[in-house]
Design a protein around this ligand. Structure first.
Ligand code: KG4
Ligand code: ZN
Length: 324
C-alpha cells in the first residue's frame, strides 16, 4: 500500500511517500528554521504563511523524487494535531484535496503517534514495547501494547524536555532551536563538572522546571567571568539523559517489557541514544529512529497512517486540533 503523507504541525513543511508503513520511497523536509531564528522561536502566523507558500513545491518534489504519479497512490494522509492550528490546516486541506481529486481515501494522523511510528521505518520493531517520547512539545512514556492499543504511563507536569533544551540553550546565547547545538557542545565538555538537581516526583511524572531554574542561577553566577559553556552543557545533558532513561527503564520493568524505544526530536540526542543503546548489554532490545526521522518529517506520518491511523467513520470530516 502506497501512502502519500504531509506533516505541517510546526515549522517543517514535509511530504513523503511510504510503502506498507516501513519503506520510504521519497521524503522531503523543508525547514523554516532560518525564518524563525531571528525571533528566537516559532511565530505561528509566519509559520502558517510559509507552509502555504512551500506546500505546493514540496508536494511536487516528493512525487518527482519517487518517480510516482499521484494516481498511483492508494491513500493520502496528514497530521491532524496536536500542533499549530493555522499550520495544520495547510497540510490537512492539501491532503484532503488530493484525496478528493484522485478519489482515494484520506487518513488522519496524530502527531505524537507518528513520532512513535518513526521506529517502524526501515526496522523490524513490533509491539509490545515501552516508548520514551521526547519532543519540543511533549515528554511522555507510552506503553505500546499493540499497534492500536497504547497507554501513556508517564508525562511531564511542567515543561517538555525539547522546550527545556531550547530555553537552556538560549540562556547560553545559542541560536534557536538550541537542542542540536547544546548537544554538540556537551560532547566536548565534562558531564560531571556541575551537580544539577533531579526532581523528586512520582514514577509516572517528569518535572524539569527546577532544573531550568538551576541552570538560570548557574549561568548568572559567572557574571563577568567567562562561562564554561561546554561543561555546563555536558552536565545538563548528563542529568537529563540519566533521568529520562532511568524512569523509562523502571516503567519497562514494571510492565515486564524487554523492548525499549525512543521517539521525537530529542531522540536525536547523542547521550540519550548512547544510554538507550547501552541497555542492550543488560538484556533489553532497544530502538531509536534514524536521525532524519527523529525531528518532524512526513515519513513517520506515512508509517502511522498505515499502522495506527485516527479512527473515524468519515475521515474527510476530521478537523485540526491544537492539544493532545
Ligand atoms: O519532534 P520535534 O521535531 O518537534 C516537535 O514535535 O516538538 O522536536 C523538536 C525538538 C526541539 O526542541 C529541538 O531542540 C530538539 O527537538 N532537538 C534536540 C536535538 N535535536 C533536536 N534536543 C537535544 N538534542 C538534539 N540532538
Ligand atoms: Zn514533532
Amino acid at each position: 500500500m502506497l501512502i502519500f503523507a504531509i506533516e505541517s504541525s510546526c515549522d517543517e513543511t514535509a511530504c513523503a511517500i511510504v510503502k506498507d508503513g516501513r519503506e520510504v520511497i521519497s521524503n522531503i523536509v523543508f525547514s523554516q528554521i532560518k525564518t524563525h531564528q531571528k525571533f528566537g522561536g516559532v511565530v505561528p502566523e509566519v509559520a502558517a504563511r510559509e507552509h502555504l507558500e512551500s506546500i505546493g513545491p514540496v508536494i511536487k518534489e516528493t512525487f518527482e523524487q519517487a518517480q510516482i504519479k499521484p494516481s498511483e497512490i492508494d491513500a493520502f494522509s496528514s497530521t491532524v494535531g496536536p500542533g499549530l492550528v493555522g499550520c495544520l490546516l495547510v497540510g490537512l486541506n492539501a491532503a484532503k484535496t488530493l484525496s478528493l481529486v484522485y478519489n482515494k481515501p484520506y487518513i488522519g494522523v496524530n502527531h505524537l503517534q507518528a513520532h512513535v511510528c518513526a521506529n517502524f521505518i526501515e526496522s523490524d520493531l513490533k509491539p509490545p514495547f515501552m516508548c520514551l517520547l521526547v519532543s519540543g512539545g511533549h515528554t511522555q512514556v507510552i506503553y505500546v501494547k499493540d499497534f492500536n492499543d497504547q497507554t501513556i504511563v508517564a508525562s511531564t507536569i511542567d515543561d517538555a524536555i525539547g522546550e527545556v533544551y531550547d530555553k537552556v540553550a538560549r540562556l547560553m546565547g545559542l541560536p534557536y532551536p538550541g537542542g542540536i547545538m547544546l548537544d554538540k557542545l556537551a560532547q566536548e565538555g565534562n558531564p560531571f563538572s556541575f551537580k544539577l538537581p533531579e526532581a523528586k516526583v512520582a514514577e509516572d511524572e517528569f518535572s524539569f522546571s527546577g532544573l531550568k531554574t538551576a541552570l538560570l542561577r548557574l549561568t548568572q553566577s559567572f557574571k563577568d567571568k567567562e562561562m564554561p559553556i561546554k561543561d555546563i552543557c555536558a552536565s545538563f545533558q548528563e542529568r537529563v539523559s540519566d533521568t529520562l532513561i532511568k524512569k523509562t527503564l523502571n516503567l519497562a520493568d514494571k510492565f515486564n517489557c524487554k523492548t525499549i524505544v525512543c521517539a521525537g526530536g530529542v531522540a536525536a540526542n547523542s547521550e540519550l541514544r548512547k544510554k538507550l543503546f547501552a541497555l542492550d548489554e543488560k538484556g533489553y532490545k532497544t530502538y531509536a529512529p534514524k536521525m532524519k526521522y527523529c525531528t518532524d518529517n512526513a515519513a513517520m506520518v506515512g508509517s502511522c497512517a498505515y499502522f495506527n491511523p485516527i479512527k473515524c467513520e468519515n475521515p474527510l470530516e476530521l478537523e485540526v486540533f491544537s492539544r493532545a
